[in-house]
Design a protein around this ligand. Structure first.
Ligand code: KG4
Ligand code: ZN
Length: 357
C-alpha cells in the first residue's frame, strides 16, 4: 500500500458524549468536535438513556459540519467512515450507527464498525509519545474496568475485569454520597488533592486475590458507613452533608484505595505478561493521582507507562476514527467493502468478533 494517508470520518455516541472526528492513517487528527450531555443528565444524577439517544440525533449533524469545517475538507474527501457499534446504551448506539451507515451509503463509501473499548485502548497511540506493541492496557472508564494484553492491532486478551462496579462508576457513586453532582469522578479527584489520604483506613478490595480481577462495591459501602459515622446517621442516605475537611479526607482516602488496587494489579499483569509497556485508557485515566502513582511504581520495575492526551481519555470521536484508520491501514481490502446492514451490540466482549487484520 502507498504511503498516501487515507482519511477516516469517525462517530462516537455510545453513552453521553457525541463525538465526530477525521483522523488519517498517519494518526493525524484533522478535525474533531464533541458535545458532552453531562449538563442535561445532571439533574437526574446519571445518564437517562432515552434523553441521550434523542440528544445524539440532534447533535450529530452540527458536529459533523463543525468537524469538516475545522479540517477544511468535504465528505467527498473521506476514504471511509467508522462508527462505534458497541458496547454501550442500545438507543445511543443506534442513533450514531443509523446516522453513520446512512451517510456512508449515500456517499457510497465503506464503513468500519468499531468496538468502543478498542477505541479507548488504542487512543494512547495518538499521543506525542505512542507506545509500541505489545503492551498491557488498564482500561478504566465509567462502564468498564479491565486489564488487557494487547499483542497487536485486533489481538487482545482479557486478563481480568471488575466483578461489580467499574472504577469510574465507583468514583461517581462515592461522589454522589458526598453530595457532588454527576459525574462526580473529576470533582471527587479535585477534593482528594486537598485531603489526607491516611485519615480513613478503607479496604483495598481483592488486592491479594491472586488474579487480575477487581471489585469496587465493598469500597463504596465502606465509604457509606464512614459517612454515616461522621454525620451520626443510623441509616444510609443518598448523600451526606459532610464538613469540608471530612469531604476532602474521605475523597483522598477513597481515591488512594482505588489507586493502590489499580496500580498493584496493572503492574502484576504487565509483569506476568512480560510487557515493558503499560497503557492506561478510559475516563479514570485522566486522574492525576493514578497517573503519578502508576508512573512512579512502574518505573521501579522498568515498566514505561503511556497515557492518552487528557482530552482523549474520556469518550470522543477521534479514538473511533483512529481505530477505523488503523484497521483500514492494516487491511486495505476494507476500502472495497460496502456492507450497510447495521448491527449494534450493546454487550460486546472485546475479545470476541473484532476485525482480524
Ligand atoms: O471513558 P469515559 O468517558 O466513559 C465511559 O466509556 O464510561 O469515562 C467516564 C468516567 C466517569 O465515571 C468519570 O467520573 C470518570 O471517567 N472520570 C474520572 C476522572 N475524570 C473522569 N474519575 C476519576 N478521576 C478523574 N479525574
Ligand atoms: Zn468510554
Amino acid at each position: 500500500m502507498s504511503d498516501a494517508a487515507l482519511r477516516v470520518l469517525g462517530f462516537e455516541s455510545s453513552c453521553d458524549e457525541t463525538g465526530v472526528a477525521i483522523v488519517n492513517t498517519h494518526g493525524e487528527v484533522l478535525g474533531q468536535a464533541l458535545h458532552s450531555q453531562i449538563a442535561m443528565h445532571k439533574d437526574y444524577g446519571g445518564v437517562v438513556p432515552e434523553l441521550a439517544s434523542r440528544d445524539h440525533i440532534k447533535r450529530l449533524e452540527p458536529l459533523l459540519a463543525a468537524t469538516l469545517k475545522q479540517a477544511n475538507l468535504t465528505l467527498q474527501d473521506m476514504d471511509a467512515l467508522a462508527v462505534t457499534t458497541g458496547p454501550g446504551l442500545p438507543g445511543a448506539l443506534l442513533s450514531g450507527a443509523c446516522f453513520a451507515y446512512g451517510l456512508a451509503m449515500s456517499l457510497n463509501k465503506p464503513i468500519i464498525a468499531v468496538h468502543h473499548l478498542e477505541g479507548h485502548l488504542l487512543s494512547p497511540l495518538l499521543s506525542a509519545r505512542p507506545p509500541a506493541f505489545p503492551f498491557t492496557a488498564l482500561l478504566v472508564s465509567g462502564g468498564h474496568s479491565q486489564l488487557m494484553g494487547v499483542q497487536a492491532l485486533g489481538q487482545y486478551t482479557l486478563l481480568g475485569e471488575t466483578l461489580d462496579d467499574a472504577a469510574g462508576e465507583a468514583f461517581d457513586k462515592t461522589a454522589k454520597m458526598m453530595g457532588l453532582s454527576y459525574p462526580g469522578g473529576p470533582a471527587l479527584a479535585a477534593l482528594a488533592e486537598q485531603g489526607d489520604a491516611t485519615r480513613f483506613a478503607l479496604p483495598r478490595p481483592m488486592l491479594h486475590s491472586g488474579d487480575f480481577n477487581f471489585s469496587f462495591s465493598g469500597l463504596k459501602t465502606a465509604v457509606l458507613t464512614t459517612a454515616m459515622k461522621l454525620t451520626g446517621h443510623a441509616k444510609a442516605q443518598e448523600s451526606f452533608e459532610l464538613s469540608a475537611q471530612d469531604r476532602c479526607d474521605l475523597a483522598a482516602s477513597f481515591q488512594a484505595a482505588v489507586i493502590e488496587v489499580l496500580v498493584s494489579k496493572a503492574i502484576k499483569a504487565a509483569r506476568a505478561a512480560g510487557h515493558k509497556r503499560l497503557v492506561v485508557a478510559g475516563g479514570v485515566g485522566a486522574n492525576k493521582g493514578l497517573r503519578q502513582v502508576l508512573t512512579q511504581t512502574a518505573a521501579k520495575y522498568g515498566i514505561d507507562v503511556y497515557f492518552p492526551e487528557l482530552a482523549l481519555c474520556t469518550d470522543n470521536g477521534a479514538m473511533i476514527a483512529f481505530a477505523g484508520a488503523l484497521h483500514l491501514k492494516a487491511n486495505p481490502a476494507l476500502l472495497q467493502e460496502k456492507n450497510y446492514s447495521i448491527e449494534t451490540k450493546p454487550r460486546w466482549p472485546i475479545c470476541e468478533g473484532l476485525p482480524q487484520t
